[in-house]
Design a protein around this ligand. Structure first.
Ligand code: HPA
Length: 251
């Protein structure tokens, strides 16, 4: 099926429907055609089945499959730990990112010098739809810099002391998705659920992992409601410049 909008779902986010397989140069990807607020969308469960850890997700396959299916705009759902006292259960909208991954293929252009512009990594138009959706549901989102770590382990206290010098929240799935979406000239915005204070920022000796899964489970309906509301607000025509992301990038 073809659709103009897509949602990449992280942990806990599910939609009903019959998955279809899209073949890509990076292997098959399951996409699920669905309807949200009277609009056709494609839903992709990022971690697939069986559930893949963040460093094994087929990021290139997912973005390729969406482009191939006619998608122009992507909302991505991620979970993060806060490095700046954001309340657990609140939402964060990245405007920029820093990444510390090391095993992930981060380009479609393996053998050519293509340097895609990253000065506006997240689509401002899509982000503002997410922000309006959040506000209309009584949520006060924060915004700032998303730091992506390789995982799969959570960070150490010293790592967080370093990372909080450069960013506001930390997660494992936002990169290279954002960069690949840009290479594909897609509008891309991320809705991050704050599931925990980052390591070392809660009480001493607090273990984070079980709190994270509990928070994800508790918030999944609300996250879907926010995304549905945002989908309703997305204008038919794109007025951002994401579709020109590759102009001048091919050397
Ligand atoms: N670190 C990395 N990824 C995460 C975290 C975290 O604290 N919380 C949710 N995803």
């Amino acid at each position: 099926m073809k659709a103009e909008l897509a949602v990449i779902g992280g942990l806990g986010l599910q939609l009903d429907g019959l998955p279809e397989e899209v073949r890509t140069p990076y292997g098959p990807v399951q996409v699920l055609p669905a309807r949200l607020k009277d609009r056709d969308i494609l839903f992709v469960p990022r971690h697939g089945e069986p559930h893949l850890p963040p460093h094994k997700v087929n990021y290139r396959g997912i973005i390729w499959a969406l482009k191939e299916s006619g998608v122009a705009r992507v909302i991505s759902a991620n979970t993060v730990g806060s490095m700046s006292c954001h309340p657990v259960g609140s939402y964060f909208l990245p405007v920029d990112f820093v990444e510390f991954t090391h095993s992930r293929s981060n380009t479609f252009f393996e053998d050519r010098a293509v340097h895609v512009d990253m000065s506006i990594p997240y689509c401002p138009e899509l982000r503002s739809c997410l922000k309006s959706a959040l506000l209309s549901l009584g949520q006060k989102p924060s915004a700032g810099v998303y730091v992506c770590t390789e995982g799969p382990h959570l960070e150490s206290p010293a790592q967080i002391r370093m990372l909080r010098q450069v960013g506001d929240v930390v997660g494992m799935t936002g990169y290279p998705e954002v960069a690949l979406a840009r290479e594909a000239c897609l509008c891309y915005a991320s809705l991050c659920l704050v599931t925990n204070p980052a390591c070392g920022l809660a009480g001493p000796g607090d273990l984070l992992a079980s709190d994270i899964s509990e928070m994800i489970r508790k918030s999944s309906e609300r996250t879907l409601e926010i995304i549905s509301r945002a989908v309703e607000l997305i204008p038919q025509r794109r007025s951002c410049r994401c579709q020109e992301a590759l102009s001048g990038a091919i050397i």
